[in-house]
Design a protein around this ligand. Structure first.
Ligand SMILES: *Cc1c(COP(=O)(O)O)cnc(C)c1O
Length: 390
């Protein structure tokens, strides 16, 4: 149904086929060259920004190591991510503790390891930071409403109203911390670039009011992630995001541009992965049903979590695809004994009518939020394995 060439070049596809042909399914293959390409492209599109890779998108050691060599910094959300990144030789001054939900003991752990930059969005958390990470740099995360235009929203749970952000920054100073800046995340796979305009305007409001009323000069805006990977629902190209967002920044801050941090996850690694699954069974629910149920060996619990609510629609192609193949509608489901383990039912994928058990389905653009976004062994199925093309 989907034209492979819209998502991956013939060259990369052939290299992938060669690399993956004998691997047991299900598996994910990540193309490291492409990650590097995406990193350089992002750097070139936002030459003034510092990049903090959001490790949770794909914490593969080879990815983290390569990005570290390319000069990336890292957004870390747990002590386990911290241990991994430090063990790869990244120094703690290149790390930011971006999770606003953390234990006091975690803050102490990060501080002890040398991390000095912390995000917050609540008074309780700020108090803990002041106590266990004294004098550290603080940035406050603002809440951005973006539910309808981001395919995977990150609002509600994180951030606070700008008025509260104002209070937290004043309190941070009063507690002996270093007020450093503000942050926001407009929602992952954010397809409305205009959302950045609102968020940057809110940042400007905080910068100016804090300086005028409190004499606090903030120096940094952390603009989070939200940049797109290529899925079925179309999004603008990265260049368009960059030129629009840069324009918003110039309009609001003029020559007095603050330091800008970006925390890309999806846009760096999403397009670089292909998840291969094998068809386990194809059935119909009654003798005249038009739709086939296609069950594969990967599902919601091993790699395809972001199909929840059919939010992310991956391009899916099959080993039986051919220009003249006759196709029919299918419901795509995973292998476990849980009826939540259905990937796509409302949105109708079409696959060749001669598809059989043992054939393969290739889920393109599955490099982000797949490899570790999984259960450990639900129904005994092991976590999905990732391989790297170097
Ligand atoms: C998940 C996350 C990101 C990455 O977002 P993408 O949309 O995947 O680029 C960045 N910053 C924070 C704080 C996050 O939680």
């Amino acid at each position: 149904m989907y034209n492979r060439a819209d998502y991956i070049s013939d060259f990369d596809w052939e290299a992938f086929q060669k690399f993956s042909k004998d691997l047991e399914t299900p598996n994910i293959v990540v193309n490291l060259h492409q990650v590097k390409h995406n990193y350089i492209k992002l750097k070139d599109s936002f030459p003034y920004a510092q990049i903090y890779y959001a490790v949770k998108a794909n914490p593969g050691e080879k990815i983290v190591k390569m990005l570290a060599e390319l000069g990336s910094n890292f957004d870390i959300a747990s002590r386990y991510e911290l241990d991994e990144v430090l063990s790869l030789g990244v120094s703690p001054d290149r790390l930011s503790y971006g999770n606003t939900i953390k234990k006091a003991a975690d803050i102490a752990y990060f501080y002890e390891k040398g991390v000095r930059m912390f995000a917050t969005d609540s008074k309780e958390d700020l108090k803990n930071i002041a106590e266990f990470a004294p004098k550290s740099r603080i940035y406050v995360r603002m809440l951005i409403e973006s539910t309808s235009t981001a395919d995977w929203p990150l609002s509600r749970k994180f951030g606070c109203h700008p008025d509260m952000a104002y209070d937290l920054i004043v309190q941070a100073r009063d507690m002996g911390l270093t007020p450093y800046g503000v942050s926001f995340h407009v929602g992952s796979q954010q397809r409305d670039i205009g959302i950045w305009n609102d968020a940057i305007a809110k940042s400007l409001y905080l910068f100016s009011s804090l300086e005028e009323e409190e004499g606090i000069r903030l120096s940094m805006i952390n603009m989070g992630g939200g940049f797109p990977a290529h899925y079925i629902s179309p999004a603008n190209e990265l260049e368009t995001y960059a030129s629009e967002i840069t324009r918003y920044l110039r309009e609001d801050f003029g020559e007095d541009m603050p330091q800008i941090i970006l925390e890309p996850g999806r846009s760096l690694v999403g397009d670089c992965g292909i998840l291969t699954s094998e068809v386990v069974l194809i059935s119909r629910k009654n003798n005249t049903a038009l739709q086939r149920w296609v069950y594969v060996d990967a599902g919601k619990f091993n790699g395809l979590v972001e199909t929840m609510g059919e939010s992310i629609k991956y391009p899916v192609i099959s080993s039986k695809d051919a220009p003249d193949a006759k196709e029919g509608e299918v419901i795509l489901a995973g292998p476990t004994c849980d009826s939540a383990d259905i990937m796509y039912e409302d949105f109708k994928y079409r696959l060749p009518v001669n598809l059989k058990a043992g054939d393969k389905l290739y889920w393109l653009s599955t490099g982000a939020y797949t490899s570790t976004y999984a259960s450990v062994a639900f129904n005994g199925f092991p976590p999905i394995k990732t391989y790297y093309m170097e």
